[in-house]
Design a protein around this ligand. Structure first.
Ligand code: HEM
Length: 313
C-alpha cells in the first residue's frame, strides 16, 4: 500500500472513530426529522419525481438515480462534482461525513479524476469492477445486460418475496438473513451462468455494503423498497431509517450490518442444499422412499457425507 493511501485510510478511520463515539453520547434524531430543514426531503417532502428523459445519464446505483429523478442531484445526471455527491448523500440518507467522503473519493480514484475539482456523469460510475460488479441483487451481470442503469425486476421481486420478517403490524420485512440468502443465490447462479464472472473480496464487501442498505436505510420495509428499487423513486413522506445524530459511521455500519450480511453468505451450503432438494425431487418422481436429511429411519436409510438424500433400493 502506498504511503498516501495509508495516510488517507488512517485519516478516514480516525475521523470515523470520532463520529462513532460522538453518536454514542449524542441524542438520536427524531422520527420525521432525519433530513435537515431546508434540504430536499425534509419532513418527507420530496421534489417532484420525473423519470429520466432521453439523453439523461443514470447508473447502476438506485440511490443515486433516485436522487437525480427527484432533482436532488442534477436531473440530467451530468457534470456532478464528487464533493456535491458526498454532500447530497449525507443530507439525503444520513450517512456520516466519513462515508460520504470515502465513497466519492473511491469513485474519483477509480475514474482517474481529482476528488477536489473533478466531475462525472452518472453513467461513469458503471465502470465494470470499479464499484459496479457481478452478482448484484438489482442488476443482471454486465455480460448479460450491458446497460447497468436498468433495474432487473425479476431479481428485485425474488429478493423482496423472500422477506421472512414482520413489523409490529404484521407487514413483511426483509431481514439481514434474507439479504444474505439472496446474495448467496445470486453469487452461485452468476458464477454458473456468467462465463466472465469475477468477484474479488473488495467487490464482495462492496456488494454486501450496498445490499445492507435494504436493512439499514429502509428498515427492510418491502413497500418502500419496491418503489425505490423498481421506480427509483422516494415513496411519499419517506425518510431514511438512520437516526444517528451525526449520520451512520462506517464502523457502526460495518459492525452492525455489513459484516453480518457478508458472514451470512455461504455458497457451499447453498449448493449442498440445492443438490439435496434435487435428489429429493428425483426420489419422489421415481416413487422411492425419501429419507429426511441427516436422520435415520426405522427402515435404515442412507444419508451421504454431504447430507444428500439417497433412495433406498
Ligand atoms: C456515496 C456515493 C455512492 C456511490 C458512488 C454509489 C455507487 C454505486 C454503484 C456503482 C453501484 C453498482 C454496484 C453493483 O454492481 O451492484 C451501487 C449499487 C447500489 N447502491 Fe450505491 N452508491 C453510493 C451511495 C449509495 C447510498 C447512500 C445508498 C443507500 C440507499 C446506496 C444503495 C445502493 C444499492 C441498494 C445498490 C444496489 C446493489 C445491488 O444491486 O446489489 N448507494 N452503488
Amino acid at each position: 500500500m502506498s504511503l498516501s493511501k495509508y495516510l488517507f485510510l488512517a485519516k478516514v478511520l480516525a475521523w470515523d472513530t470520532e463520529i462513532t463515539l460522538l453518536n454514542m453520547v449524542t441524542p438520536s434524531k427524531k422520527v420525521g426529522h432525519v433530513i435537515p430543514e431546508g434540504h430536499p426531503g425534509a419532513g418527507g417532502k420530496w421534489p417532484e419525481f420525473i423519470p429520466p428523459k432521453e439523453g439523461d445519464s443514470r447508473c447502476s446505483c438506485p440511490a443515486i438515480n433516485a436522487m437525480a429523478n427527484h432533482g436532488v442531484l442534477p436531473r440530467d445526471g451530468k457534470n456532478i462534482s464528487f464533493k456535491e455527491l458526498g454532500a447530497k448523500v449525507h443530507t439525503t440518507y444520513n450517512f456520516a461525513e466519513t462515508f460520504c467522503y470515502f465513497v466519492p473519493n473511491f469513485a474519483a480514484k477509480m475514474l482517474g479524476r481529482d476528488y477536489e475539482t473533478g466531475t462525472f456523469d452518472l453513467k461513469d460510475l458503471d465502470l465494470h469492477n470499479g464499484i459496479e460488479h457481478d452478482a448484484s441483487l438489482t442488476r443482471e451481470d454486465v455480460v448479460h445486460e450491458p446497460d447497468q442503469t436498468k433495474p432487473h425486476v425479476p431479481f428485485i421481486k425474488e429478493l423482496l418475496d423472500g422477506a421472512t420478517g414482520k413489523d409490529s403490524d404484521g407487514n413483511p420485512l426483509l431481514t439481514i438473513e434474507d439479504i444474505s440468502k439472496y446474495s448467496t443465490k445470486r453469487r452461485v447462479e452468476a458464477r454458473e451462468t456468467n462465463p466472465e464472472f469475477t468477484l474479488e473480496s473488495t467487490h464482495k464487501i462492496i456488494g454486501s455494503t450496498n445490499a445492507s442498505n435494504f436493512a439499514a436505510v429502509f428498515g427492510g420495509c418491502i413497500d418502500d423498497l419496491s418503489t425505490f428499487l423498481i421506480e427509483e423513486r422516494f415513496p411519499d413522506g419517506w425518510e431514511p431509517k438512520l437516526y444517528e445524530a451525526n449520520g451512520l459511521s462506517i464502523l457502526s455500519y460495518y459492525r452492525n450490518t455489513i459484516s453480518k450480511v457478508e458472514n451470512g453468505i455461504d455458497e457451499d451450503k447453498f449448493r449442498r442444499d440445492r443438490e439435496e432438494r434435487k435428489n429429493q425431487r428425483h426420489d419422489e418422481e421415481e416413487g422411492g422412499e425419501v429419507l429426511p436429511a441427516g436422520g435415520n429411519t426405522s427402515s435404515g436409510g442412507a444419508v451421504g457425507a454431504t447430507g444428500e438424500l439417497r433412495r433406498r433400493v
